[in-house]
Design a binder for this molecule. Structure first.
Ligand SMILES: [Zn+2]
Length: 379
C-alpha cells in the first residue's frame, strides 16, 4: 500500500462528474478494478440510478462495504480554490467534490481489499462492495430498493461497514453503531369559532388542548439505553387563531417530531399519542410521516474489529455514537444485524472546497486493512 496508488485511484473517481443521481462512469471503473481482482459483478439499474453489487468468495462470514458514488452539487464554482472535479493538492490538502463524502473512503477500501486478497489468498469468507448513485438525493432507488426488492437477500450479509465520513475533528475520533429513528405528526383539533364575549357559544381549542399538550410534553416515552439518549418529543409548529383579538379560534394545528431510540417503536409512539388524545375527548385528526427506523448494532464482532483497528493504527480511543442525520445504514440494517459507520473527517463535506489529506487517506486505508484482518482472522 502506498499513498500514490490511493491518490491515483481517488483522482480518477473525482474526475467523474457524478452529481446525484448521476454516476458518470464511477461504478464501471470500480467494477473493472474489482473484476480484475476476481470479484463477480452485478449492476442493478432502478430508474436513472445505477447500483453495483460486487462479491468475492462464496463462504461466510460475508463482509460488505457499502457506499455511494454520487456527490452533492458544487455550489458557486468561483468560490472553489480549484476545479472540484479535478483532484488538486494545495498546501498538503487534497481538494475536490467527494474527497471526504465519500469517494475518498471508496478509494481506501478498494486499495485495502486489493492488499488483503493479495496477501490472504485462501481466507475463509466473502468480501462484498455495494455502491449506489442515489444516497445524496431522494435515496429511493439505491440501497433502500436493493433491500426492499430482495437483491441482497441471497448474499446473507453478516457485517456491513458504511464508509460515510464519521470522524469529527481527527480521523478515527468517532465510529457510529446506529442512528435514531424519526417520526413526524401533524395534529388538527376542531373547536367552535365564536365571539370572545360569548364563550358559552364557542369551544376554544387552545384552552381544551392545553392539558393534553402538557401530557405530551412531560411524558417519558422511554429512558433510552447505553447508546441512545431517551426518545425526544419536540413541537415545531403550533398554530391557532385568526389574528383578531375578539375571536375564539375554531381550529388548532400542531406539528411535532420524535427522534426515537431502539427502546420504543414507530407503532408504539403513534399509539402513545393516540392514547393521550383519546383521553381528552377532543375532536382531532393526525397525519403521520415516518422517515426512518432507528438501528443499533449490539453484536460485537464488527464493532470490536473497528475499535481495535482504530486503536492499533491511529492510537485513538473512538467515541461510539448514534448521533447525526440519517444514512443508508437505516436500510441495510433491515437485512444485517451488524452495521457500523467509519470514514474520513466530515468537517468540509457538502461545502465549497471539500477536502481531505494524503495522510488521512493512507491512515483510513490502514484502518480498513486492519478491520479486514481482524474480521477474517477471528472467523
Ligand atoms: Zn455520504
Amino acid at each position: 500500500m502506498n499513498t500514490k496508488s490511493i491518490v491515483k485511484l481517488l483522482s480518477k473517481l473525482i474526475s467523474c462528474k457524478s452529481l446525484t443521481p448521476e454516476d458518470d462512469g464511477c461504478q464501471k471503473f470500480i467494477a473493472e478494478y474489482l473484476e480484475s481482482l476476481g470479484f463477480e459483478i452485478e449492476f442493478k439499474k432502478n430508474g436513472d440510478v445505477i447500483n453495483l453489487i460486487a462479491r468475492y468468495g462464496k463462504d461466510s462470514p460475508v463482509f460488505a462495504y457499502v457506499g455511494h458514488t454520487d456527490v452533492v452539487p458544487t455550489g458557486n464554482l468561483d468560490k472553489w480554490i480549484s476545479n472540484p472535479f479535478e483532484l488538486t493538492e494545495i498546501d498538503s490538502k487534497l481538494y475536490g467534490r467527494g474527497t471526504s463524502d465519500m469517494k475518498g473512503s471508496v478509494a481506501c477500501i478498494l486499495i485495502s481489499i486489493k492488499d488483503f486478497i493479495n496477501s490472504n489468498k485462501d481466507f475463509k469468507g466473502s468480501l462484498m462492495v455495494i455502491l449506489t448513485s442515489d444516497e445524496e438525493g431522494p435515496a429511493q432507488n439505491g440501497i433502500k430498493r436493493l433491500v426492499n426488492d430482495g437483491d441482497l437477500t441471497k448474499h446473507n450479509i453478516d457485517m456491513c461497514l458504511i464508509g460515510e465520513p464519521s470522524s469529527k475533528k481527527v480521523l478515527g475520533d468517532t465510529i457510529k453503531n446506529g442512528r435514531r429513528g424519526s417520526l413526524s405528526g401533524k395534529i388538527t383539533i376542531q373547536g367552535i369559532q365564536g365571539h370572545v364575549a360569548y364563550p358559552h357559544n364557542a369551544m376554544n381549542p387552545i384552552h381544551a388542548f392545553s392539558p393534553t399538550l402538557n401530557d405530551m410534553v412531560t411524558k417519558k416515552y422511554d429512558k433510552g439505553n447505553k447508546y441512545f439518549p431517551p426518545t425526544s418529543f419536540q413541537i415545531s409548529n403550533l398554530n391557532s387563531g385568526v389574528g383578531a383579538s375578539n375571536i375564539i379560534p375554531g381550529q388548532l394545528t400542531m406539528d411535532f417530531n420524535f427522534r426515537y431510540s431502539t427502546e420504543t417503536t414507530c407503532d408504539k409512539l403513534m399509539s402513545d399519542i393516540h392514547q393521550i388524545m383519546d383521553s381528552s375527548k377532543l375532536k382531532y385528526n393526525i397525519e403521520w410521516h415516518h422517515s426512518g427506523d432507528p438501528y443499533l448494532t449490539v453484536k460485537k464482532d464488527l464493532l470490536n474489529s473497528c475499535i481495535k483497528a482504530t486503536k492499533a493504527v491511529l492510537d485513538i480511543n473512538p467515541e461510539i455514537t448514534t448521533d447525526g442525520g440519517t444514512s443508508d445504514g437505516r436500510f441495510i440494517a433491515k437485512i444485517c444485524d451488524q452495521v457500523v459507520e467509519f470514514g474520513l473527517i466530515n468537517e468540509s463535506i457538502h461545502k465549497i472546497n471539500e477536502h481531505t489529506t494524503e495522510k488521512d487517506l493512507l491512515n483510513t486505508t490502514k484502518v480498513y486493512s486492519q478491520i479486514l484482518k481482524n474480521i477474517f482472522e477471528s472467523a
